[in-house]
Ligand binder design. Structure first.
Ligand SMILES: Nc1ncnc2c1ncn2[C@@H]1O[C@H](COP(=O)(O)OP(=O)(O)OP(=O)(O)O)[C@@H](O)[C@H]1O
Ligand SMILES: [Mg+2]
Length: 324
């Protein structure tokens, strides 16, 4: 069974919904100003766990892979909830270091009546620039998926990727904000990355190109497999042999787009790591992310093994030698 270790921050997300969070309502500006001293009723509270690395671990587990998760967490209620949620999904958390100096992230997310959101975020603390993790856990994985490494940033990513490379462990990268802050340094470590998946704006920080196709092909100078997504406008993926261009899996009502990117990238790897084709992997990635945006929270909509998929607009063509 394929073993995938995801590494990175975890959060407790609390989603609050209220008719008062109406950006168009006359006389109120609930999203820019919460009046001091006000007690405002909210109709709906949804507790969920987040953090890119925990979201992707749940896709891997629900797809029947051996999923494990590594990070530093505390004994705070949010950290305990996160560990409990991962255990319940069958994610192996034995590589989590728990210590009272650490604390998970915590976000309160105000969902507006139009689906937009405002986030009050506490970043948590996992040991700063040098989290004391059991990096040997990387050696026994088939794949690692590092993301959102907090204050560790690029130096920590470099360390993790080097460990993987030394032990012939494959790496999928869907970089988050802190890793994208210094694109040149990120590019320097791409030679150790097997699959790179980003959205369009992120890929434009790394390579030149206007269209998804140009961006994906240019990324092949750095990595063997490149995937570029652009929300409802579709996605292009290439492994240097074929190029797949896909549209939207389904035009669904978007309830909360938290976790769309995670569901897409992890959906891809859950299939690709099992030897599925580029096209099959993109179809599942698209279905997984589309399902996630129809539910509140980043994990609720993640697809389970054996789910029936339907057709989607998708086109595959060979890549010729001049392009790659
Ligand atoms: N409105 C939508 N309807 C259907 N599917 C969507 C929608 N938005 C996103 N998706 C799906 O999610 C995938 C990833 O979305 P996107 O390209 O926005 O990634 P992202 O910007 O990395 O997201 P994130 O902000 O979560 O990191 C898309 O390729 C698509 O399959
Ligand atoms: Mg993303």
């Amino acid at each position: 069974m394929v073993k995938i270790l995801s590494i990175g921050k975890a959060t407790q997300d609390v989603f609050l919904k209220s008719d008062e969070f109406d950006p168009h309502k006359e006389g109120t500006h609930m999203f820019t100003h919460l009046p001091l001293g006000l007690k405002m009723e909210v109709e709906d509270v949804t507790f969920s766990t987040g953090g890119n690395a925990t979201n992707v671990a749940v896709t891997f587990a629900r797809q029947g892979l051996q999923a494990s998760y590594m990070w530093a967490l505390g004994h705070d209620p949010a950290s305990e909830t996160i560990l409990h949620a991962l255990d319940a999904e069958g994610v192996d958390t034995s590589a989590v270091v728990q210590d009272e100096r650490y604390q998970s992230g915590y976000s309160v997310i105000l969902i507006a009546t139009n689906g937009e959101r405002t986030i009050l975020n506490h970043r948590g603390y996992a040991g700063g620039k040098h989290p004391k993790l059991d990096y040997a856990a990387i050696h026994s994985a088939d794949w690692i998926y590092p993301t959102s490494l907090g204050d560790g940033g690029l130096p920590l990513l470099r360390h993790i990727v080097d460990e993987a490379e030394k032990h012939q462990v494959k790496v999928m990268l869907n970089p988050a904000g802190p890793e994208l802050a210094e694109p040149d340094k990120l590019k320097a470590l791409l030679e150790s990355v097997d699959v790179l998946c980003t959205n369009k704006e992120e890929m434009q920080l790394l390579v030149a190109g206007e269209t998804l196709e140009e961006l994906a092909l240019h990324a092949l100078h750095y990595v063997p497999v490149a995937i570029v997504s652009d929300g409802p406008n579709g996605v292009v993926a290439t492994d240097g042999k074929t190029l797949v261009r896909a549209g939207m899996y389904e035009d669904v009502p978007v309830i909360d787009r938290t976790g769309a990117g995670d569901a897409f990238a992890s959906g891809f790897l859950s299939q690709w790591s099992q030897g599925k084709s580029l096209k099959e992997s993109i179809i599942f990635a698209s279905a997984n992310s589309t399902s996630v945006v129809t539910k509140i929270g980043a994990k609720d909509g993640i697809l389970h093994r054996g789910v029936k998929l339907h057709e989607m607009p998708i086109h595959e063509r060979p890549v010729n030698a001049r392009e790659a």
